[in-house]
Ligand binder design. Sequence first.
Ligand code: URA
Length: 209
Amino acid sequence: MSKVIVTDHPLIQHKLTLMRDKNTGSKDFRELLTEISMLMGYEITRNVQLEEIEIETPVIKTKSKVIAGKKLGIVPILRAGLGMVDGLVSLTPAAKVGHVGLYRDPETLKPVEYYCKLPQDIEEREMIIVDPMLATGGSAVAAIDVLKSRGANSIKLVNLVAAPEGIAEVQKYHPDVDIYVAAIDEKLNDHGYIVPGLGDAGDRLYGTK
Ligand code: URA
């Protein structure tokens, strides 16, 4: 079974409370999401491999550690996932960024892929799928399906707020994928919104309705 890692650093909790507040406007909402994504990135990258290289400081020749091993690939689920990219990329500038777009078929209610552009060497990368809200889990499961079908061997899922229903769905279909969240909320309501949640993350990011 996959792990669920709750990155509940006090700074993250504080910023998430500001994001939840309905009076927080799009500019602040975007900035807060970027900041939280960066802070979550600290935990997400905790286990990246290091190697020792030789360098020369102004004082002496020495050995020191740099990141080695798998390179990262960051994949936002369009559109709200875009709001988590800048914070992560600022921490990991060598990461490549792919995009996956999904819409919900009105008849089957299942997510359907309408856009997919991924790094070529996806099978050699640690892929990180980002989407602020893990609600029913349908999009996350579909996005993981998309990456696996294109050859991804190592995938993490990163969400800001998750509903228990969404976590259970991802764990059911993809028990190999660890899930990083800033908070696990109470439940989904009848309209598929996370409660208490923060509303529609895409609309709040981009000022749409
Ligand atoms: N997507 C959102 O943006 N918000 C929710 O509460 C659920 C899904």
